[in-house]
Design a protein around this ligand. Structure first.
Ligand code: PLP
Length: 403
C-alpha cells in the first residue's frame, strides 16, 4: 500500500483504496482496531519529545487517536479534493459546533442559511449566542439579500445543500464567492451529497462538514461526524477538537470505514430508487409538491445537474390540503418505511415534518403554493426493491383516503 497516490484515481476507486497506506495496514485489507488510551515510550526523553510534537499519525495518548481513526481520516481526506486533512467528531452535530467554535469569537456575526439543519439553528440561537456570537438567518436562494446581510463583523457563513427537509438547491459557488469577497469563512453541511457527490471545497467552501452517521456509516448503527479543510483551517480545526476533548472510539471508526467502502454503490442504488418513487409521487393527486432536485424540471434540478455528480435517497413531498390526521394515517400504515429520525441507512424511513414556526427568512408554504399545502413527509429511501416500496406507499395513500 505504501506510496500509492490516491489522487490519480477516480472517486469510486478512492472509496476502495484510500486510508490503506499506513504502516499498520500493510498486511491486511482493514486496519486493526487499536483500543488504547495509553501509549508507552522507551524512555523519559521520548515521552517529553512527543508532547510538543503534535503531528498527525503519531502515538501520544488515546485522545489523539490510533491507526484506526487515522485511517478513516485519511480516507475521507482522499475523497475531498482540496482537503489537507479531516478531523473526526463523536457526532455530526459535534462536528458542526466544533467547526463553528474554531472559526468564531465573541463579537463575531454568523450568517446561517434559513433552511439549515435545525440543531445548527439551535447552536446559533443558544450556545453561540451565550458566548457573545451574533447570528442572522438568510434565504440562500436570494443572493442580493445574502450580500446585503454582511456587516464588518460578519466572520462566517453556514451553508447547507439541499436545504434540510425542504430540499432547496442553492448556488454554492456563487454564495461562497460572495462570502470570500467580504472576508468571511464558508462552512457547509454536506451530509446529503457527501464529498462523493459534491466536492464542496472545490466549489468554494472553506470547511466541509459531514454527519458520517448518515451515508458514510450507512447502516444505522454508529454516530460520527467529520470536518475536512485545506491547510489554512485544517490545523485550527484539529487543535480546536483537541482542546474540546473530542475523540471517537476506534470500534466506531472501523464501522464507519467499513461503511465508506460501499457508499458509492449504495448511493447509486438509493438515488435511482428515490427518483422512481419521486416520479410516482409526482403523478398522485394527493401530492401537491415533490421536493427533490433529482426530478427533471423541479426547482434546483439545473443547479444540481451543474454542480453535483450524484444524489442520494433523501427527499420530501407535501400533501395537498392541511389534514395532519390524514398524513399520520398514511405514515402509520407504512410497513417497510420505519418512522424515525436520521437517514442514509440501508433501510427506508418516513418522517412527518412541519417547518413553521422554525423558519424566519424563507416563507412556508412557498410563494405560489396554496396556503393549505403545508404538511410534509420526508422519505429516506433504502436498498429495498423499488416496487415493494411503491406498493407500501400505495397502501399508505389508501389509508390517507379512508378518512
Ligand atoms: C443528522 C444530521 C446532522 C447531525 O448528525 P448527528 O450525527 O446526528 O449528530 C447534521 N446535519 C444534517 C443535515 C443531518 O441530517
Amino acid at each position: 500500500m505504501a506510496g500509492r497516490d490516491d489522487s490519480t484515481h477516480r472517486a469510486a476507486t478512492r472509496l476502495v483504496t484510500s486510508g490503506r497506506s499506513g504502516d499498520f495496514a500493510s498486511d491486511v485489507v482493514n486496519p486493526p482496531v487499536w483500543r488504547a488510551s495509553t501509549h508507552l515510550y522507551p524512555d523519559c526523553a521520548a515521552l517529553r519529545a512527543r508532547k510538543s510534537d503534535n503531528r498527525d499519525g503519531q502515538f501520544f495518548y488515546g485522545r489523539r487517536g490510533s491507526p484506526t481513526q487515522w485511517a478513516l481520516s485519511e480516507a475521507l481526506t482522499a475523497l475531498e479534493p482540496g482537503a489537507a486533512g479531516t478531523v473526526l467528531y463523536p457526532s455530526g452535530l459535534a462536528a458542526l459546533v466544533g467547526a463553528l467554535l474554531t472559526v468564531l469569537r465573541s463579537g463575531d456575526v454568523l450568517l446561517v442559511a434559513d433552511n439549515a439543519y435545525d440543531p445548527t439553528r439551535s447552536a446559533a440561537t443558544g450556545l453561540l449566542k451565550d458566548l457573545g456570537i451574533e447570528h442572522r438567518f438568510f434565504d440562500p436562494l436570494d443572493h442580493e439579500a445574502f450580500a446585503g446581510a454582511f456587516c464588518d463583523r460578519t466572520r462566517a457563513v453556514m451553508l447547507e445543500v439541499p436545504g434540510s427537509l425542504t430540499m432547496e438547491v442553492c448556488d454554492i459557488p456563487a454564495l461562497a464567492a460572495i462570502a470570500r469577497e467580504r472576508g468571511a469563512v464558508s462552512l457547509i453541511d454536506n451530509t446529503w451529497a457527501t464529498a462523493l457527490g459534491f466536492p464542496a471545497l472545490e466549489h468554494g467552501c472553506d470547511i466541509a462538514i459531514t454527519a458520517l452517521t448518515k451515508h458514510v456509516g450507512g447502516h444505522s448503527d454508529v454516530m460520527m461526524g467529520a470536518a475536512s479543510a485545506g491547510e489554512r483551517w485544517y490545523r485550527r480545526l484539529r487543535l480546536g477538537a483537541q482542546r474540546l476533548g473530542h475523540v471517537v472510539s476506534p470500534d466506531d471508526a472501523a464501522l464507519v470505514l467499513r461503511g465508506l467502502r460501499t457508499m458509492g454503490v449504495r448511493l447509486e442504488r438509493q438515488t435511482a430508487t428515490a427518483l422512481a418513487i419521486a416520479e410516482w409521487l409526482d403523478a398522485r393527486s394527493e401530492v401537491a409538491h415533490v421536493l427533490s432536485p433529482l426530478l427533471p424540471g423541479a426547482p434546483g434540478h439545473d443547479i444540481w445537474q451543474r454542480d453535483f455528480t450524484g444524489g442520494c435517497g433523501l427527499f420530501s413531498f407535501v400533501l395537498r390540503g392541511g389534514d395532519d390526521a390524514a398524513r399520520c394515517r398514511l405514515v402509520d400504515r407504512l410497513e417497510l418505511f420505519g418512522i424515525g429520525y436520521s437517514w442514509g441507512g440501508f433501510e427506508s424511513l418516513a418522517l412527518p415534518f412541519d417547518v413553521e414556526p422554525v423558519r424566519s427568512a424563507m416563507p412556508w408554504p412557498k410563494p405560489g403554493w396554496s396556503e393549505a399545502d403545508r404538511h410534509g413527509i420526508r422519505l429516506s429511501i433504502g436498498l429495498e426493491d423499488p416496487a415493494d416500496l411503491i406498493a407500501d406507499l400505495d397502501r399508505g395513500f389508501a389509508a390517507l383516503n379512508e378518512g
